[in-house]
Write a protein that binds this ligand. Structure first.
Ligand code: TXA
Ligand code: MG
Length: 342
């Protein structure tokens, strides 16, 4: 396929400041069917024109993503929703009013014009209005929907800096926008509003309690999100190191077992355990739930940079954002979604 673009592949914008020229360039790239590295408040996306089947096909090729894994369409504002969803229930409006722009993705019945390549052939579409100022400027000037999965190779760790995108997918991306490190650090909450009951398919920073408060919505977690959301299969977000999840009381024992087997281990936890062998690196997860979400993927990358065989991870206990962090850790360990009451 001919490169539809003038710029060199993997071209990088000059800095974290939202430069008008960079925004215009990004819009040009999108209009010509190219791919952009798009900063959002959650993670970086790999963006393409959601109305261009060739451009969308390039996303799947770049990520090595199976074609039945649907993409999220990013919009500038709620007013555009009618072009993508054929029904917009009251609760969708209420949630959008409360949380858009922001880290919430709504699954709604798709409009007939939405490309099958975007929805993976499903009768629903995933929609989100991000809050990152650079993403907002690109969306505003582009005017259409931007299909953007997280900008990582399939099943690998999601990117939270522009450098992460460049390292993993740089050659496949026509323009990388640098929006600085992502403020939230884990992907949006996905809530399915297409069925009789609202269901969370992927936990994130927006919790069921927050949704209940603003929309009086009785939202539970999907019993088996893999049935409804193909991308939520169990092994995901995985570093090279084997991830083992251990309660804090057993960390010392696990460290000793790794040392005895000659394995290079590191520990990911909010706090250090009292007795700490000098050769075991500590990857600090952070104290507050928001900090833990923000740091998580960078710490998983650090485990790879350190060449660890085993990452001993202590899942945080917080019931809110901590649930989303536990969910990502369980998937990184190949254990599937986090248990919940619902
Ligand atoms: O925060 C985010 O949501 C980031 C940023 C870039 O916006 N995007 C993101 O995209 O995480 P991705 O493709 O990595 O994850 C999207 C998830 C997948 O698990 C996919 O299966 C699910 O959304 N999804 C998309 N459309 C769906 C649909 N119609 N029904 C159910 N699940 C859907
Ligand atoms: Mg992803």
């Amino acid at each position: 396929m001919n490169d539809p673009l003038d710029g060199a592949p993997g071209e990088v914008s000059p800095g974290p400041q939202a430069q008008g020229q960079e925004v215009r360039k990004a819009v040009q790239v999108l209009r010509r069917g190219g791919l952009i590295g798009l900063p959002t408040e959650t993670v970086y996306g790999l963006g393409a024109d959601a109305g261009n089947a060739h451009a969308v096909a390039r996303i799947f090729a770049a990520k090595g993503r199976p074609p039945d894994h649907p993409l999220i369409v990013h919009l500038h504002d709620f007013g555009q929703i009618g072009a993508w969803a054929r029904q917009v229930p009251r609760v969708a409006r209420e949630l959008a009013e409360a949380f858009w722009p922001g880290p919430l993705t709504l699954i709604l019945p798709r409009a007939p014009t939405v490309l099958d390549a975007v929805t993976g052939g499903l009768d629903t579409v995933a929609l989100r209005v991000p809050s990152h100022p650079l993403a907002r400027r690109v969306l505003e000037q582009f005017g259409g929907g931007i299909a953007a999965p997280s900008a990582n190779p399939h099943k690998k760790i999601s990117p939270t800096t522009m450098q992460d995108v460049r390292e993993a997918l740089g050659d496949a991306v026509d323009l990388l926008l640098d929006g600085g490190p992502c403020a939230l650090g884990i992907e949006s909450t996905i809530v399915d509003l297409s069925g009789a009951r609202a269901r969370i398919l992927r936990p994130g920073s927006i919790t069921p309690e927050a949704m209940q408060q603003v929309a009086g919505l009785d939202v539970g977690y999907a019993v088996d999100p893999t049935l409804r959301s193909p991308g939520s299969m169990s092994l995901h977000y995985a570093p090279q190191a084997r991830v083992v999840l251990i309660p804090v009381a057993q960390v010392q024992q696990e460290i000793d077992a790794c040392i005895a087997r000659g394995l290079r281990a590191g520990v990911l936890s909010a706090r250090r355990v009292p007795t700490w062998p000098a050769q075991i690196p500590w990857l600090a997860l952070g104290e507050s739930p928001a900090e833990q979400a923000q740091h998580l993927y960078q710490r998983l990358r650090e485990a790879d940079r350190l060449g660890l065989d085993v990452l001993i991870a202590v899942p945080p206990g917080d019931p809110g954002i901590g649930h989303a962090v536990r969910d990502r850790l369980r998937r990184a360990a190949g254990l599937g979604e986090a248990p919940h009451q619902a």
